[in-house]
Design a protein around this ligand. Structure first.
Ligand SMILES: *[C@@H]1O[C@H](CO)[C@@H](O)[C@H](O)[C@H]1NC(C)=O
Ligand SMILES: *[C@@H]1O[C@H](CO)[C@@H](O)[C@H](O)[C@H]1NC(C)=O
Ligand SMILES: *[C@@H]1O[C@H](CO)[C@@H](O)[C@H](O)[C@H]1NC(C)=O
Length: 971
């Protein structure tokens, strides 16, 4: 494949000065043509003669000097080199879309498709809209149209395309008015090179032999069989830029693939080459990375760098210098060879495979994507672009770009790089500590381009459109949010005339959605790639007829910091979701807007509240009144199992309580409050958290968890630690093998059983330290504290259920009481818990799904359900249907920003089986039930006042009550 493409001039020239020169050009014509049977025999004799002649002729150039220059160089080769000069100096242009008869990716025989009655997002404003108006959001709309796909292209987008006007073999798809967009584009993925579930043998993300490896190529590691490629597509993502990882300053070449693999997806081949979005390889792509990764991976003090950003800049500049030198040498050679003739040059065209791709970058043939978070990284890299004169298409992980638009604008080439970002994934390392969920909006306001990406498997790229939805929620205009995952990445990839729009001439990558793609839980009902439907029996969720989002410009009004007041009146509360009978009965009596009066941080009245308002307004300092449109009141949320209160920056030891695989400890002894994470958590309605010390990495646990108020400044504040020892935690996920004395899962399960059985047999002994592991285990076996085990695998959960019954039997036989306590078990993690849902329900075991939507990232999660259209529901649906007490956990702390949204996704995708209250219970009441904490206690102090339904993407938090006699108000 590569050779033939190279012959056709579609590939860059071969790299090596010593490359072999096959004699293919000398092949006689008959060798290639077929021979008609009837004459075949007559030709054989002749052919033998010709062959002998040919063989002798082949000897000639090698036996004489006539084809060699005075300097002993092959003329043939010099001429090839001269031809290469032209290719070296070609600047690619974006490949055209319109005018193609067929998409080069079209597989013969595939029938055309007519999608009837769709509501289409074209990706462009109405004709005649000025660029300025378009940017401001004018002229954009969803239109009703039919879409005709043929030969891998979108051929027509019109109202009422008649069947008579298209070919007879057309496949008709009724969209029934549902939203139709182009396929989503993920401009930062490691799908295929970092296959899931992650296994060492399949891990090919980074070539870590050296910091500077511009010469490696992600395509050489792409596994078409990575199931995640299919999962990603099930989220409507049809195209991804597969980048090498960010371990190296120069990571290597990247490739744009489409998510159609092999026969099952309508392709000819199961190969990475067949997945290439542009088989002609018009543009090349490359990945570089600045910042802490390279210095962490490579730097060794006194031995080799880079150990600092200073060293990294040197690595970059040194590499660019090599490439620039080679470019100069090549250009000089080409100049000499073309003006003086190839006979006069003293060498072949200079070439060096190590620097070839980098020279192509300097020649403008490569689209560069650079991972840079921080201001110094961005500034240094922009300096390199100007020193060596090359462009950057996008800065990735560009958390701080919104702070320095001027640096982006002075990047070489006059075309500021886009910012490929996450909507809200941050705080995981120092570089991502300064970030904002409003970055997309701020960049847009500066005339820059935010693009939401997954970094799959960092985020599950299946949900990259959710990143765009959050971008909208956090202030990016609606059309810009859609732009950020369609037209914007298409343009940055140099494929803007082929991808990203639903227009004639574009590739036929199309998604029909079950709801507005930016609404919570939006899922495709069908996906086409190059005109071929990708799902044979897609699961379609039961949802009401889609209502398109009416863009709400008020979301662009950002309140960075709330005001803290003791009393406030909210009006316009049209719906109370508070789990309070009194409020309910009130609602039934009065069908008009209600009011919430908050006095000294407490909800003192919900309803009409005439007298409460009067009283409040008569006080010496009357509270302010905030008028809401479609206000809603809910209980506040609870974060269970995160590292909130124990960590500020995941990767920074100094900010972290630390991991204790071998020491049992209490979170209450390590709580560190007043962090940014806690402030943000509180602002998004999480007023209480229950956190346990880490066992090993992030979402693992060992010790007792503490329940505390996220709004408290110190643990000494009254009520700040409301549950000093909420649960006893152990970890049985894959990291369990890292514990002392537990080299295997079997050993870890056995060790836990041994501890519990010992606690039973020691029940009558005295424990001198009331804060020791033994003391807490006694509370566990006597049913006073729940046992929370972090575990994903259905097999290990099964083993744990057996441990539970073994311990309960031991309790029964050692106790004289007729009703011995049962172990109160909670599972945290639970990716595969759906497989044992019935058993969990009958053993009365609760599950905290963490993450809520597992995507089989690790081996012990490999049987997770990834949702429609691939699977019928996810774990949460199965658990709730089986009657398991379920909650949503946070496997990473940034999810505090979206915890409420996740409950909304469960609600939206529950097929009507999960009510609003039940969904809210997943982030509040159910945790309380599992922990056996008193629920009603804090209800009047722990609440969220919303503008809009919390189950809709466009809702905003306007007030948060989280104890302490105050309420946070966002105005
Ligand atoms: C796919 O295979 C068919 C049959 O072998 C062939 O006609 C067609 O050209 C191939 N298409 C592509 C895109 O390779
Ligand atoms: C398009 O779909 C909508 C929603 O199902 C339906 O109400 C409408 O009648 C359909 N229009 C046509 C022309 O079929
Ligand atoms: C503990 O003491 C009680 C009362 O003396 C006795 O009934 C029970 O069997 C003892 N339990 C164990 C485990 O020794």
């Amino acid at each position: 494949m590569m050779d033939s493409a190279q012959e056709k001039g579609e590939l860059p020239p071969h790299y090596s000065a010593v490359a072999a020169h096959p004699p293919h050009t000398a092949r006689p014509a008959w060798h290639r043509r077929g021979i008609r049977k009837s004459r075949g025999l007559r030709y054989i004799g002749l052919a033998i003669l010709v062959f002998i002649g040919y063989a002798q002729w082949r000897q000639i150039p090698e036996s004489t000097n006539s084809e060699v220059t005075a300097y002993g160089l092959s003329i043939e080769r010099l001429q090839e080199d001269l031809a290469t000069c032209a290719k070296l100096q070609t600047k690619p242009v974006d490949p055209a879309g319109l005018g193609r008869e067929k998409n080069a990716r079209y597989v013969d025989g595939h029938k055309p498709t007519l999608i009837k009655n769709a509501t289409v997002w074209v990706g462009e404003p109405a004709e005649g809209t000025s660029a300025e108006d378009a940017r401001a959001g004018k002229g954009w709309s969803w239109i009703t149209a039919d879409v005709f796909l043929e030969h891998g292209l979108i051929k027509r987008v019109e109202k009422d395309i008649s069947l008579e006007s298209v070919s007879k073999d057309v496949l008709v798809y009724e969209a029934n008015g549902r939203p139709l967009t182009t396929g989503i584009i993920d401009m930062h993925s490691h799908a295929g090179v970092d296959s899931l579930p992650e296994l060492w043998g399949n891990e090919d993300t980074n070539e870590l032999s050296s910091d500077i490896t511009p010469y490696v190529r992600s395509i050489d590691g792409i596994q078409p069989g990575d199931h995640q490629i299919q999962v990603i597509k099930s989220g409507g993502v049809t195209t991804s830029l597969v980048l090498p990882g960010s371990g190296n300053n120069m990571g290597g070449e990247a490739y744009v693939i489409k998510h159609a693999v092999g026969k099952a997806d309508g392709r000819n081949e199961t190969s990475a080459a067949d997945m290439l979005a542009d088989p002609d390889r018009t543009w090349r792509y490359m990945k570089m990375a600045c910042g802490e990764n390279a210095k962490r991976v490579y730097g060794k003090h006194g031995e080799h760098g880079p150990t600092s950003r200073l060293g990294e800049s040197w690595e970059f500049r040194h590499a660019f210098e090599q490439a620039a030198k080679l470019v100069r040498e090549q250009d000089d050679w080409c100049q000499a060879a073309s003006t003086l003739g190839v006979e006069s040059v003293r060498s072949y065209l200079p070439a060096d495979l190590r620097w070839e791709s980098l020279t192509a970058l300097l020649r403008g043939q490569v689209h560069l994507n650079t991972h840079c978070y921080t201001i110094p990284d961005l500034e240094a890299f922009v300096d390199h672009t100007n020193e060596f004169k090359f462009k950057v298409r996008a800065f990735h992980h560009a958390h701080q770009t919104y702070l320095v638009p001027e640096i982006l604008k002075r990047a070489y080439g006059g075309d500021p790089p886009a910012s490929a970002i996450f909507a809200d994934n941050m705080w995981y390392k120092a570089e991502s500590y300064v970030g904002s969920e409003h970055a997309g909006k701020y960049l847009w306001d500066e005339g820059l381009t935010p693009i939401y990406v997954s970094d799959n498997p960092v985020l599950n790229a299946q949900h990259v459109v959710f990143e765009a939805a959050k971008g909208y929620k956090f202030g990016l205009p609606y059309h810009a949010a859609l732009h950020s995952v369609t037209t914007a990445p298409a343009e940055r990839l140099g494929l803007g005339q082929r991808l990203g729009k639903v227009k004639p001439g574009f590739d036929a990558d199309v998604v029909v959605w079950d709801s507005d793609p930016l609404s919570l839980g939006a899922a495709p009902v069908q996906v086409w790639i190059d005109g071929t439907a990708q799902f044979e029996n897609p699961v379609e969720l039961k949802k009401p007829a889609p209502e398109l989002i009416v863009p709400d410009e008020s979301l662009g009004h950002i309140v960075e910091e709330p005001e803290t007041v003791s009393s406030v009146i909210f009006t316009g509360i049209s719906k109370s979701c508070l789990n309070n009978k009194a409020v309910e009965s009130f609602k039934e009596l009065y069908h008009f807007s209600e009011v919430a009066v908050i006095t000294n941080g407490k909800l003192t009245c919900v309803g009409l509240c005439h007298s409460a308002i009067k009283a409040a307004n008569a006080s010496p300092q009357p509270p302010k009144t905030i008028h809401l449109k479609k206000g809603c009141l809910t209980p506040s949320f609870v974060a269970f199992g995160s590292t909130l209160g124990l960590n500020a920056i995941d990767a920074e030891k100094d900010t972290d309580n630390g991991a204790s695989p071998n020491v049992f400890s209490r979170a209450a002894d390590g709580l560190a409050l007043g962090t940014k994470k806690l402030r943000v958590a509180h602002a998004y309605g999480i007023t209480r958290a229950v956190s346990a010390p880490k066992f090993a990495g992030g979402a693992t646990h060992h010790g007792t968890s503490a329940g505390f108020l996220t709004g408290a400044a110190t643990t000494l504040e009254s009520g700040a630690v409301f549950a000093p020892d909420a649960a006893v935690h152990y970890t049985l996920d894959l990291s369990a093998k890292r514990g002392e004395g537990t080299p295997s899962i079997a050993a870890a399960v056995g060790a836990l059983r041994h501890k519990l059985l010992s606690a039973v047999s020691d029940l009558n002994t005295t424990i001198s330290d009331a804060y020791s592991e033994a003391a807490y285990l006694r509370k566990v076996v006597t049913g006073q504290i729940p046992l929370a085990v972090t575990v994903h695998s259905a097999d290990t959960i099964s083993a744990l259920l057996r441990v539970k019954s073994t311990v309960e039997s031991a309790l029964a036989s050692s106790s004289s009481s007729p009703d011995p306590p049962s172990l109160r078990l909670i599972i945290i993690g639970g990716a595969e818990s759906h497989l044992v849902a019935e058993a969990l329900a009958s053993a009365n075991v609760g599950v905290v799904l963490s993450p809520l939507f597992s995507y089989r990232k690790t081996w012990d999660q490999r049987r997770a359900l990834t949702g429609a259209p691939l699977t019928n529901g996810t774990a949460v649906d199965v658990l709730l249907a089986a009657g398991v007490k379920t909650a949503i956990g946070l496997e990473e702390d940034y999810r505090v920003i979206e915890l409420g949204l996740l409950a909304g996704v469960v609600y939206a995708n529950g097929g009507g089986r999960i009510g609003e209250r039940e969904a809210l219970g997943l982030v509040g009441g159910n945790v309380w039930d599992m922990l056996g904490l008193e629920k009603e206690k804090g209800e009047k102090e722990h609440f969220v006042v919303w503008e809009g339904s919390p189950f809709e993407i466009g809702s905003r938090v306007r007030g948060v009550g989280g104890g302490g006699g105050v309420v946070s108000v966002f105005e």
